[in-house]
Design a protein around this ligand. Structure first.
Ligand SMILES: [Zn+2]
Length: 285
């Protein structure tokens, strides 16, 4: 019996086949920060005034949507200078090679995931999907804990938060509009699909469990007031965007100083619930 916490490729069948039905209109989150992802996975564009930084490039089958979203947001894909990756799974680097070919962008990935590409490429999880044609890429920069990435008006802190994969990187940076500045936080991967019993048996990676909670606690006290989602359900992107469109006078729903803590609590509780379910034998579908 499979674990209900495992990655379920069946659930994604429709998404893989008809990605255009999951398109989202790109929009400005705040200041120089834009959402260019789709209904499932986040992708973020930062206009640094000296070229663009793109964080994550979505699925291979949503590459065209990403390119279209960059144009529609008012930018050019060939102006992307840096591509940062939250971690080395197929749903976050599917468009990387294409955008590099258009722009010559420099690519960044957490050092442990760069190592994973070299020694355990199957852990990029490509063979678990229908994207068997997807190729890995060789990052230009292998990020370490505490690295700072700067371009134009933007300075991004990269914090190593292993667990979902060993190379998960959390990115924290300020975004500014006029005289108002807020701090955006993108936790690089909270999924427990790579920590559940089925996955650990298949990939022999029980050590991922040792670090998951520590990573969450490590960044809990960051003063983030714009929570970004690695996947859109993590920060309720769709609902916030709808609110933003329907009630523009009611303030920006993406700005919320309490949300980071709630998000960390959610991830911790879900992980602990999974352990409990496994212990009680209630983790199976
Ligand atoms: Zn992942």
């Amino acid at each position: 019996m499979p674990s209900k916490y495992a990655f379920n490729v069946e659930k994604y069948k429709h998404f893989y086949k008809y990605p255009e039905q999951y398109r989202m209109t790109p929009f400005k989150i705040f200041g120089n920060l834009y959402f260019v992802g789709n209904a499932d996975v986040g992708s973020y564009l930062i206009d640094t005034g000296d070229g663009l930084i793109l964080i994550d490039t979505t699925y291979p089958t949503t590459r065209a949507l990403l390119i279209q979203s960059i144009w529609e947001a008012g930018f050019r894909p060939d102006d992307v200078k840096y591509i940062l990756h939250t971690h080395g799974h197929f749903d976050h680097f599917g468009g990387t090679r294409l955008i590099v070919s258009l722009s010559g962008a420099k690519t960044y990935l957490g050092a442990p995931d760069a190592e994973m590409f070299r020694i355990r490429p199957e852990m990029a999880l490509i063979s678990d999907t229908r994207y068997t044609y997807l190729e890995l890429f060789t990052p230009d920069v292998e990020l370490k804990d505490g690295d700072i990435i700067t371009l134009g008006n933007t300075r991004i802190r990269a914090i190593s938060t292993p667990g979902h994969s060993k190379g998960v990187m959390t990115y924290i940076f300020d975004v500014t509009e006029g005289r108002e500045t807020h701090t955006a936080g993108l936790y690089g991967g909270i999924g427990v699909n790579t920590l559940c019993r089925d996955f650990i048996e298949k990939y022999d990676n029980a050590d991922f469990r040792d670090v998951y909670l520590n990573s969450l606690e490590k960044v809990r006290n960051e003063s983030v007031d714009i929570v970004l989602g690695n996947h859109t359900d993590q920060n309720h992107t769709n609902e916030k965007y709808k609110k933003m469109c329907d009630n523009p006078a009611e303030g920006n729903p993406f700005i919320n100083p309490d949300e980071w803590n709630e998000f960390i609590d959610f991830a911790e509780n879900r992980y602990n619930q999974m352990l409990l379910d496994e212990e009680n034998g209630t983790d199976q579908i």
